[in-house]
Write a new protein. Structure first.
Length: 499
RNA sequence: UCCUCGGUAGCUCAAUGGUAGAGCAUGCGGCUGUUAACCGCAGGGUUGUAGGUUCGAGUCCUACCCGGGGAGCCA
């Protein structure tokens, strides 16, 4: 009999099936063992009753340890208490490989410990949910563009071009000459847009930024659509439709996964067009306004009352401690650890918020937004927002200038709500040869390397636009994750290149 | 590079300058419906490294190493 995948068990109530998988968890009492089996498509509890199985199967179930691989046979039964509503009454089982000392035990682990064992951690429930959402987001992206007639193209990874300065590029030796790992497929995307009108890239990019934050990877996947004959407004509308699609596909296909991750689904349901569009100048005003000040004050008050509640609870727990029974003391000890961890978090936020407000209040027109500024901006809205028309100095050399105000570039960023920040950056590209030549000179870029790019403006130049979406930041937002390193199977960060 | 927090048992964390502990994991025993099961017993430690202060240092001081978070930069 061929093995059945766990995800298809619901439709097989009453029939006898064979499953193959790994033991995720075991609970035993006299004459009865509960095995939770994982096969990548889901989890199912298998009940081994000593009365119903032969001696060999019973012995196997008894000795079995976490992550032992096995084949199990049994009848699918309805049990409302289980996830998926079914469990398997085991009639026989066979160990394939018995494990001893699997390092990731069913308890809380620290980040470093888990990252060092990422190759095993990926078997756990949270990574399972995240990787399934990532897969869903990837399919959603392809479907969105394919349905709209975009051509998928692969930009080169090895390149000579430094699109936004060389300080953040990984340099390699290319047969004796310097070359770089690409940090964007955009320039090559523009080439293909002039050949196919609407294209998108989907590939890895590399940034040698020495950033150690929850938003940064040195290797990540970027999606960059590029459209001939699109102006800034059309570009923004496309980005909007795109994110609405990604969020709704995730809600439709990954509700279980998102719930396992504790995601607030209502926040995702609010991702509907139109997104608020505000200009950079309006955003600056908003940052400096009393509205932002009040928002910060409300947050600070909430944190203060949470802090005093936690401290009160800690004191009252301590005062009763002596009279408690042993098992209750352990409860209190565990709760104390929880309280301490949350208090540390609250304390850090309380330290940060006044600084954030300070820097927002003193923000001067012309600068680029920092992470805290973006967070404060998104707190004003319940869905993603689009900020457009930035000062040209903070944007890339290839951005088109605003015909109505030469100080501005026709760039736009999409900021995800709930503090997740920038997930899309893009804009309308400069289509005038003389302007681009001047820009390359002003930015001190090697002119020779851009000759082929200039050709696009020599032969049938048209208005065109595009944007780049960071896949991992998007998955992070959809899943509601604290840290981007959980969104990619093998994250590459400052100081981590293994596993 | 800078700022900030941390490093104690396999893991997560406790411990006014005064005898290093708990939970989980592991092993053994108990329990026929468990949901991070529960109950009993047992083993498990060079408190990151090197110095210093002190009658006495996990705790205080100095330097270094490693890690978390943040700034800059960015998706």
């Amino acid at each position: 009999m061929a093995a059945i995948m766990i995800e298809s068990l619901e439709g097989r109530v009453g029939s006898v099936v064979t499953l193959q998988g790994w033991l995720q968890q075991k609970r035993a009492s006299k004459g009865l063992i509960f095995l939770v089996i994982r096969d990548g498509t889901g989890l199912v509890q298998c009940v081994v009753n000593q009365r119903d199985v032969d001696e060999h199967s019973w012995a196997s179930a008894s000795t079995m340890t976490q992550e032992t691989s096995l084949t199990v046979k049994g009848e699918v039964c309805v049990d409302e208490r289980q996830i998926g509503g079914v469990e398997v009454q085991v009639s026989g089982l066979e160990i394939i490989h018995l494990v001893s000392d699997y390092p990731i035990t069913p308890k809380v682990h620290g980040v470093e410990f888990l990252m060092d064992r990422r190759h095993l951690w990926l078997r756990s429930r949270r990574p399972w949910a995240v990787m399934r959402v990532r897969n869903c987001v990837i399919m959603s992206i392809h479907n969105f563009f394919q349905e709209r007639g975009f051509l998928q193209m692969d930009a080169p990874i090895l390149t000579q071009n430094a699109v936004e300065g060389t300080s953040t590029l990984f340099e390699i030796d290319y047969f004796g000459s310097p070359a770089y790992l690409t940090q964007s497929g955009q320039l090559h995307g523009e080439v293909m847009a002039m050949a196919f009108s609407k294209i998108y890239t989907f590939g890895p990019v590399f940034r040698a930024e020495k950033s150690k934050t929850r938003r940064h990877l040195t290797e990540f996947w970027m999606i960059e659509p590029e459209m001939a004959f699109y102006d800034l407004d059309m570009n923004m509308t496309l980005a909007e439709d795109f994110l609405v699609r990604v969020a709704s596909d995730a809600l439709r296909n990954c509700e279980d996964e998102l719930e396992l991750l504790g995601r607030d689904l209502d926040a995702l349901r609010r991702v509907q067009a139109p997104f608020p569009r505000i200009s950079y100048s309006e955003a600056v005003e908003l940052l400096r306004s009393d509205k932002t000040k009040r928002l910060v004050e409300v947050k600070i008050d909430a944190l203060h009352s949470e802090k005093s509640d936690l401290e009160k609870e800690r004191v009252s727990n301590k005062s009763n401690y002596g009279q408690l029974k042993e098992w209750k003391k352990r409860r209190v000890d565990a709760r104390e650890i929880e309280i301490n961890a949350r208090l540390a978090q609250v304390q850090e936020e309380l330290r940060n918020l006044p600084r954030w407000w300070q820097s927002a209040a003193e923000f001067e027109w012309g600068g680029d937004f920092g992470g805290s500024d973006e967070t404060l901006l998104t707190w004003h809205f319940d869905r993603p927002i689009i900020v457009h028309r930035y000062p040209e100095a903070v944007k890339a050399f290839y951005m088109k200038r605003d015909p109505e105000d030469d100080r501005l570039a026709l760039g736009m960023d999409v900021l995800a709500p709930e503090g997740f920040g920038e997930i899309i950056g893009g804009g309308q590209r400069a289509d005038d040869l003389a302007f681009l030549e001047e820009q390359v000179e002003r930015h001190d870029l090697p002119r020779e390397a851009f000759e082929w790019y200039f050709d696009l403006r020599r032969y049938g130049s048209v208005p065109h636009s595009g944007f780049g979406l960071g896949l991992e930041r998007t998955v992070s937002w959809i899943c509601g994750l604290e840290h981007i390193r959980e969104t990619i199977p093998f994250p590459r960060t400052l100081g981590r290149l293994t596993p």
